[in-house]
Design a protein around this ligand. Structure first.
Ligand code: HEC
Length: 138
């Protein structure tokens, strides 16, 4: 009798620890989700795992803090000054558009949103900058 009870208790404890394992904070942290970390970590319950999406280019090009943290490659300054005149650059850097869609966005900015058309060289510089860093094609 004693023995059976003890064995049952041991089995219950084992079962409980097995069930509890993935639910402990340590278990969740091991999966990359820490509910105590503000805004951080992978959360399987959120779309995209709760990870920030699309704001950082996949490459590790250095960012320039003087230019809204844009990737520091040729065309950055022109892009910054033109595109931040009317709205936050976030609206630009959040995008992952196809190259064709960037061309279209340029035309749309000019024809519908009142953006000044640039000379061909500046336009080419800025569009290749946008396509280099914020395209869905690379
Ligand atoms: C003259 C003002 C002006 C300038 C300059 C300008 N934009 Fe815009 N842009 C707007 C306005 C206004 C909207 C919001 C339009 C709307 O949502 O109806 C907008 C929206 C956008 C959007 C969001 C489109 C969407 O799907 O919601 C993108 C992307 C964008 N602009 C890119 C650019 C880029 C890139 C540049 C620089 C080459 C630029 N804009 C320069 C006025 C401007």
């Amino acid at each position: 009798m004693q023995n059976r009870l003890r064995r049952a208790a041991r089995a219950t404890a084992l079962l409980a620890s097995l069930l509890a394992l993935p639910l402990t904070p340590a278990g969740l942290a091991a999966q990359g989700f820490d509910p105590m970390r503000p805004g951080g970590g992978f959360n399987p319950m959120l779309p995209g795992g709760g990870q920030p999406s699309g704001t950082a280019p996949a490459d590790d090009v250095p960012r320039n803090p003087d230019f809204a943290d844009l990737p520091d490659t040729p065309g950055m300054e022109d892009t910054y000054y033109l595109c931040s005149a009317c709205h936050s650059l976030d609206i630009v850097t959040q995008q992952r558009l196809t190259d064709a869609r960037w061309d279209y966005t340029w035309t749309w900015m000019v024809e519908q949103q009142g953006m000044a058309e640039m000379d061909a060289e500046t336009k080419e510089t800025i569009l290749s900058y946008l396509k280099r860093h914020f395209s869905s094609e690379r």
